[in-house]
Write a protein that binds this ligand. Structure first.
Ligand SMILES: [Zn+2]
Length: 279
């Protein structure tokens, strides 16, 4: 009997690191880089009023006006932005930030852009719930959002979505657009604020500049794939959007809702994608 506690410890050590192993098996048509979102039926639905101001500049037009941003420039912009974030906000290092880092680590093997070092930071802000990403693979989440989340499955879908924006070069396209605007400004001799300038206003305008509707849905799909591959249950992760939907009149969600498509639309698109990918 005296060996019983050791026996218990041995079996406890053999337990899987989480209880979220999905029982449903999915075979997603695409991984993190999504190429056929335009054909998806969910884009034919009423366009979300929340991202109506997302960029309308067509990507082919974008490429003809400005060169694609090189990877080292993406990383440099991400670092500059991170320096600004560190100056303005308190970054939290506790059990919650470690959970976020662990989820990113579990997703890393399934990302395609290996030159980017994906990492996540928890920002102390109990008034605004939001998560966003910037160039170079930097992801940020506020404590208000972290504390609203109820499971790691939900966190995985949120983080996977943010990684999806970098995997699909949406952030790089933002930078490309900023270059065009700056180029036009320079041509006419106007002062156009660089997005990594010292101004905190510039930081928030970057955070709150919405992606367009196809980009948001691409990132949602990438997020479901990453959550599943990292060992989480993507369907359970969607509970987060149900709760967001119920709380959407509350002020602390304003930033989240103005920078993402309507939660009901996202739930329906993501459920459709999971249903069609279930084996
Ligand atoms: Zn997004």
């Amino acid at each position: 009997m005296k060996y019983l506690p050791f026996l218990f410890l041995f079996f406890a050590a053999c337990l899987p690191s989480n209880n979220n192993t999905p029982r449903v098996v999915y075979e997603f048509p695409e991984q993190t880089v999504i190429s056929n979102i335009d054909k998806d039926a969910c884009l034919q639905k009423t366009s979300s009023k929340f991202i109506a101001k997302g960029s309308q500049l067509d990507e082919s037009l974008l490429d003809s006006f400005s060169d694609e941003i090189p990877i080292n420039k993406e990383k440099e912009k991400g670092r500059d932005f991170f320096d600004e974030i560190k100056k303005e906000f308190t970054l939290i290092n506790d059990q919650r930030s470690q959970t976020l880092e662990r989820i990113v680590e579990r997703m890393r093997p399934y990302t395609k852009r290996k030159q980017l070092q994906y990492r996540i930071f928890l920002i102390e802000n109990d008034k605004i719930a939001n998560a966003w990403t910037h160039a170079g693979g930097y992801i940020y989440m506020t404590t208000r959002l972290m504390d609203f989340v109820e499971s790691e499955d939900e966190l995985a879908v949120i983080i996977g979505h943010e990684i999806g924006h970098n995997e699909n070069k949406h952030v790089a396209k933002h930078l490309q657009r900023a270059n065009i605007v700056k180029g036009i400004g320079d041509f006419f001799g106007l002062e156009v604020e660089d997005e990594t300038s010292e101004s905190i206003g510039a930081i928030f305008s970057m955070i709150l500049t919405p992606y367009n509707q196809p980009q948001e849905h691409e990132s949602d799909r990438a997020g479901l794939y990453l959550a599943y591959k990292a060992g989480y249950d993507p369907e359970k992760g969607l509970d987060f959007f149900d709760r967001i939907n119920r709380h959407q009149s509350e002020g602390w969600l304003n930033d989240f809702l103005t920078s993402h498509p309507h939660p009901e639309e996202r739930i329906s698109c993501m459920k459709g994608y999971l249903d069609s990918s279930r084996k």
